[in-house]
Design a protein around this ligand. Sequence first.
Ligand code: PLP
Length: 259
Amino acid sequence: MKEEVAKPENHGYSSSEGEYEFRLAVSEWYKRRFNVDLDPDREVVALIGSKEGLCNIARAFLNEGDRVLLPDPAYPVYANGCTILNGGAPVYFPLREDNDFLPNLEDMDAGGVKMMFVNYPNNPTGAVTSIEKLRELVESAVENKIILCYDNAYSEIVFGDYRAPSVLQIDEASEIAVEFHSCSKTFSMAGSRIGFAVGNEKLIAGLKKVKAQVDSGPPKYIQLAAAKALKMYEEENPPKFVKEACQTYYRRVEILVKE
Ligand SMILES: Cc1ncc(COP(=O)(O)O)c(C=O)c1O
């Protein structure tokens, strides 16, 4: 980032969809990390942190009174910034300990729902999910014509041998899903405000259309630094500094749980 920030050409506007080099790095990362193919022009957009994208996708597609399925408990932005601020009506489904804090489709009142937010690895419960569980969710979203906003902000912040899946590893997800990632978590770049959304072309186009009227892309030097970090993955494996961050978090988990 220091090298890139020193270059005058990196201080002009970036387009609101982000630099091609960043979007290309995202699509190459998806291939290595999840074996998912993405078109950097049509299926990837840079975000000024994933929070911005989560709110703007709702702004793009919600009409007044539209019902939005939300987990309870959840990252509060899904209810406030995404749903209520855009005129939507929250419909909660519980995440229960006796169901490993995973959604239970029977608890979901999917009638007339336009959009839903789901997040694993989960904030605040710490629960993780599997491809099989995600498949059930995707099938239900396809059947009920629900836009699935899958918040994968913590995909790289995991412990032991567990690897978090992408919802886009399920073929049908490309019909109804957008997935969000946050470089705040993966690369500890919280203050730099950089993330990305990928997935269904029409949903990404809607998000880009809103963004084109409300913001411009993150600073170019930040996109280039994040692109470099994404390129540091070897096959599906994170670079050493990401693994070390996870080890530090795990030491803190152990202390917290013990106390
Ligand atoms: C579940 C979840 N999603 C998204 C975000 C937003 O992260 P950012 O906007 O920094 O990418 C956070 C931040 O705490 C979060 O916990």
